[in-house]
Write a protein that binds this ligand. Sequence first.
Ligand SMILES: NC(=O)c1ccc[n+]([C@@H]2O[C@H](COP(=O)([O-])OP(=O)(O)OC[C@H]3O[C@@H](n4cnc5c(N)ncnc54)[C@H](O)[C@@H]3O)[C@@H](O)[C@H]2O)c1
Length: 306
Amino acid sequence: MASGGKPLIGFIGQGFIGKSYADDFERRGYQVVRYSLEPAYAMSKDRIAECDIMFVAVNAATVPSGELRDDGHPAVRFDDSNIRSVIALARPGAIVVIKSTIPPGMTASLQAQYPDRIVLHSPEFLQETTAATDAANPERNIIGMPEDAPQHREAAARVLAVLPKAPHELVTSAVNAELIKYGGNAYLNAKIVFSNIFFQFAEKMGGDWEVIRVVIGADPRVGPSHMDLHLKEDPPGVYRRRGAGRSCFIKDWAELSELYAAAFPEDTHAIQVLRGFEYKNAELLREYDRYVNLLEGVYGKGAGIK
Ligand SMILES: NC(=O)c1ccc[n+]([C@@H]2O[C@H](COP(=O)([O-])OP(=O)(O)OC[C@H]3O[C@@H](n4cnc5c(N)ncnc54)[C@H](O)[C@@H]3O)[C@@H](O)[C@H]2O)c1
């Protein structure tokens, strides 16, 4: 326990999430310990064991598994080694809160591996461009518990008590928390890819996407986000479109598509829909020469989706 009766808060990872949250906790008067691979934070590794609550915000990659599915699609797997290994840094009895995006079932699996810590999942919704503001003003605080036991409920309440307040707060099952993050990201990814397809159709029909998207987005059931395709005239007169990129959308959709195909191998139409979005997005990103390195990291170079 830090001085002043407040819990000592640890952060593993000082990227967009870890740094933004650690800064905000410090601003609100908490003592924090920051540990990550960057030299500025690497020496704090041992001090993490002093922390009462430890947030995990490390990057975890989705990588090619080396196999091809029956439809020729390169299979992927979630590499959880980063997340699994850092939990050992928390002391027995500490609360570990996974902020990194993780596939359904992983919180329970981590809890089983570390029965003497309390492992919770709190999916993160901040955006990289507004990370500091979003971390200080979260729209949702979701705490997922691997089991509905009194010690998990108590730990979830302790975590909610130290997080910056959010208008929407929920303690639920870990699987719900994991799926809320995947579902939201996939929905936004689909919105971007669909907007690109519809932009192309509108242009062919003589329409102006910049007018159309604003009015479609004014429908509160649709909303305006993720429809601005940042169209760029390049070369002059030829508009280039952009796919859904950054670190999360590519890997999270690939993971969802993989898990869905494994869960429902006979549901070929749904698998085709998911794959269709995947292939169209890869085509858009390659056309724009954008995030191709991330695509190749997820699907592989030679076997990567075209
Ligand atoms: N960036 C976003 O907008 C965003 C939003 C929601 C969820 N997420 C998820 O959160 C996770 C982290 O995202 P980010 O953008 O903050 O990542 P980031 O790449 O910006 O930072 C990752 C941090 O983790 C540290 N790290 C990696 N392995 C480590 C290890 N073994 N020991 C100690 N430190 C280690 C790195 O040094 C770095 O400081 C990702 O899994 C991502 O899926 C990201």
